[in-house]
Design a protein around this ligand. Structure first.
Ligand SMILES: [Zn+2]
Length: 339
């Protein structure tokens, strides 16, 4: 162990490894964290970062710990600027990577390798910083894996059994399907939006173009409801923010939860923070309880199923979240707990 000092810090790699005893878990976490640190060489897909890009990275890094603490994280996960990889759009090697980038966001983050990759093609500094912030929210999300039953804990077996990422959950044996995936992206991008609105005007290289974008946006921000405010972004071709459909569906869910539980929450933001806290710390139970209390038994799982990987339209998202969020009759023999 060359670089890792101990487990009191939130290192790269998984926060939990399920299916092994505590000692093995602690050891495997260190092994995975070291891999993240060693896995950051420049590849043929990328180029060196410019001094301006480095400046933006540091300005964003500096503001991150306070921000995520405000939204429920205990600690920031350690990240080095070396983990931010700027892809070389002129390289033929980059072609294959394009399809792996996030929808609407020309970046991606791999929790197991700890690499953030950004395709800078046509991106202004503000848009590049936006992608960086989005991926950094993922970096700080709770991440767990399940060790395979043979207990060998090899690299392959650990990585093949991804369990939780933020608020999304992979069901056993279904690594391609993440329950609550839309909600995870919606919370990630809503946090990103709050970060950009709070800090971008204080960052030298972002200030002017961010203010210019905001001035244009005023024309379409016309309604008080968080759901309609997200939908208003659809009318703004310059909008900085992504995952609009997912965020509209999520905002309507949070609005409804707030409306029906005003005795417990002071504001829409308070309900939102329950989700951001779950994303950073991995505590899904408070959300599960609130949803089940509001929409009935079984509704948490139903919403998880309706927000799996796929590309919804706004109308589909909004209507499907509630249309059938009442519980299906349960067969006692296959009684399942909420995820
Ligand atoms: Zn994302």
């Amino acid at each position: 162990m060359e670089n890792i000092e101990g487990l009191e810090k939130k290192h790269g790699g998984p926060d939990r490894i399920i299916g092994v005893d505590n000692k093995i878990e602690a050891y495997l976490k260190l092994v995975e964290a070291e891999k993240v640190l060693k896995n950051q060489e420049l590849t043929v897909f990328e180029r060196e970062k410019t001094p301006e890009e480095m400046e933006i990275i540091y300005e964003v890094f500096e503001r991150l710990p306070d921000f995520i603490r405000e939204y429920g994280a205990d600690q920031k996960r350690f990240i080095s600027s070396k983990q931010v990889h700027i892809l070389d759009e002129t390289s033929p090697h980059t072609k294959g990577i394009r399809s792996f980038l996030e929808r609407d966001t020309p970046g991606r983050y791999s929790p197991s390798s700890g690499r953030i990759e950004i395709l800078p093609e046509g991106l202004s500094y503000v848009r590049l910083a936006h992608v960086l912030v989005h991926e950094l929210m993922h970096v700080n999300s709770f991440f767990s894996i399940t060790s395979k039953k043979d207990g060998e804990g090899t690299e392959q077996s650990l990585r093949a059994s991804f369990r939780r990422f933020g608020v999304s959950v992979n069901e056993k044996g279904k690594t391609e399907e993440s329950l609550f995936n839309f909600i995870n992206e919606a919370v990630t991008e809503e946090l990103t939006k709050r970060f950009c609105e709070k800090y971008f005007q204080d960052i030298r290289l972002l200030r002017d173009s961010f203010i210019a974008l905001k001035d244009k946006k005023k024309q379409v921000e016309f309604l008080d409801s968080p759901t309609f405010s997200v939908l208003g972004e659809l009318l703004d071709p310059q909008s900085l923010y992504s995952y609009t459909n997912e965020r509209a569906g999520f905002a309507s869910l949070v609005e409804l939860l707030y409306e029906k539980n005003k005795n417990e929450f002071d504001s829409y933001e308070d309900v939102f923070k329950l989700f951001s806290q779950a994303m950073f710390k991995g505590h899904l139970l408070p959300i599960a309880r609130l949803i089940e209390k509001t929409f009935g038994k079984g509704s948490f799982r139903t919403i998880g199923q309706k927000t799996k990987d796929e590309s919804p339209s706004v109308v589909d998202t909004l209507s499907s979240l509630y249309a059938d969020s009442s519980p299906e009759p349960k067969d006692k023999s296959k009684q399942e707990k909420p995820v």
